[in-house]
Write a protein that binds this ligand. Structure first.
Ligand code: RNT
Ligand code: ZN
Length: 423
């Protein structure tokens, strides 16, 4: 039997099995197909970017570990790598660009001087690929972030510099959104915080709030761009104090009608990020998610199909909230093939979503409504071993992407032909 045939036959069987559980697999696949992930450009080059003289990343409280050969060093290489990744991920996805990835033509353009034209090449490429772009201000890896404070710095000149940068980033996002005819999501994460005990926490937060008020006083058409603010718990070198904490940004986002960005690595390891979804969305229209995997700390490991990601997708689907969340990937692993890392994380996230979409929710809800909590738990357990893999393989095949593990060889071939030649 050919692989294609067996994929179809296994799907037909799975479809029947799911139907018996009250689940329409075709419908689940239509929803999956229509869901886009925003792929982080920074996984391709270890968060280096294309500025002529960028500062060291470690000043930003984030760290990339590993030295696997083949890092993308130019825009063309990064685009090539992204194309390879996109070709092995079923569905149509987005590109998440950081400001430091502009096309500066070899010139020194400081962060407060960036313009839409520096991203014209990206939007041209993305349009050809049928991909939409999201955007991020880059408030780290820069001498003016060395003190550990940017928008909440006590130095007015430093604050002004970063306010200008973020304002430019928001205008660039609007330009991107306008050009692509689809809202560009602008996420703001700043590294501000300190290693040791800080007594002016109130002052820094007041400074941040005032800076944000200035930044967001300019409103853009949500058809062009949407704003998100990303909280954090701690970072390397900001272990004792992070200005933009969860409470700070949750309050700010709700009070100012912005989106909150929840990064899965930015909470206490025992805290359920999934559980936040059905709370926050009562007070906010939309939510941005940075799907990530912290191992002991916010280590930005490659996303895998683990309990956390599954629970997150379940919460979204169970609350019928998919149309109100934006899914972005956020990790950077330099210890394995970087293109492979993109694909593993994207496929894992999509699989988790598919599994959530295939949950026999009606049956489980009926048990819950009857107060039959035994049946509810038993059904949740049975659901775990339903044949979701067969549905996934079928989806891949339908989308023109190799089902199962066959894509691994394609990455190995790309590594041989393209990546290892970059020396
Ligand atoms: C850092 C945040 C942020 C970054 C990117 C590169 O802890 O998660 O989202 O990962 O801006
Ligand atoms: Zn993040």
């Amino acid at each position: 039997m050919t692989v294609e045939r067996s994929v179809e036959e296994r799907y037909a069987q799975a479809r029947e099995r799911y139907a018996a559980m009250g689940v329409d697999t075709d419908r689940a696949l239509r929803t999956l197909e229509a869901t886009a992930l925003s792929l982080q450009c920074w996984q391709g080059d270890d968060v280096v970017g294309f500025e002529t003289k960028a500062g060291a990343l470690s000043t930003g409280g984030i760290q990339v570990t590993g030295g696997f050969p083949g890092r993308a060093r130019t825009i063309a290489e990064l685009q090539g790598d992204l194309q390879k990744a996109f070709s092995l991920i079923p569905g149509r996805h987005r590109l998440n660009l950081h400001a430091m990835y502009g096309d500066f033509g070899g010139k020194a353009v400081d962060r407060d001087g960036i313009l839409p034209e520096h991203y014209a090449g990206w939007i041209q490429w993305a349009t050809q690929q049928g991909v939409c772009i999201d955007f991020n201000a880059t408030c780290f890896a820069h001498p003016k972030a060395d003190s550990g404070f940017t928008l909440s710095s006590k130095d007015p000149a430093v604050r002004k510099f970063w306010i200008d940068h973020v304002q430019r980033c928001r205008s660039i996002s609007a330009y991107l959104g306008r050009t692509q005819g689809n809202p560009c999501i602008h996420d703001l994460w700043i590294p501000d915080g300190s290693k040791d005990l800080t007594v002016s926490r109130w002052e820094h937060r007041l400074l941040l709030k005032t800076a944000l008020d200035e930044i967001y006083s300019t409103r853009f058409d949500p058809a062009e761009m949407k704003d998100a603010v990303e909280s954090k718990l701690f970072g390397i070198g900001s272990e004792s104090f992070v200005v933009g904490s969860h409470e700070f940004y949750l309050g700010y986002a709700i009070a100012n009608r912005l989106m909150l960005c929840i990064d899965m690595g930015h909470f206490h390891p025992s805290e359920s990020v999934a559980d936040k979804v059905s709370s926050i969305l009562h007070y906010s229209d939309e939510l941005l998610l940075h799907v990530s995997r912290g191992v002991r700390w916010d280590s930005d490991h490659v996303v895998i199909l683990d309990d956390d990601v599954r629970a997150l997708m379940q919460e979204i689907v169970r609350g019928d909230l998919l149309s109100r969340v934006h899914l972005a990937l956020d990790y950077f692993d330099a210890s394995i093939n970087r293109v492979g890392a993109w694909i593993i994380g994207a496929r894992a996230t999509l699989k988790a979503l598919l599994i959530a979409l295939l949950e026999p929710l009606e049956k489980i809800r009926a048990a819950e409504a009857e107060g039959n909590n035994f049946a509810r738990l038993a059904l949740l357990e049975e659901a775990k071993t339903l044949p979701s893999g067969a549905v996934w393989d079928f989806h891949c095949a339908q989308s023109g992407v190799p089902p199962g593990e066959r894509w691994i060889n394609e990455v190995m071939e790309y590594q041989r032909q393209v990546q290892t030649r970059r020396r």
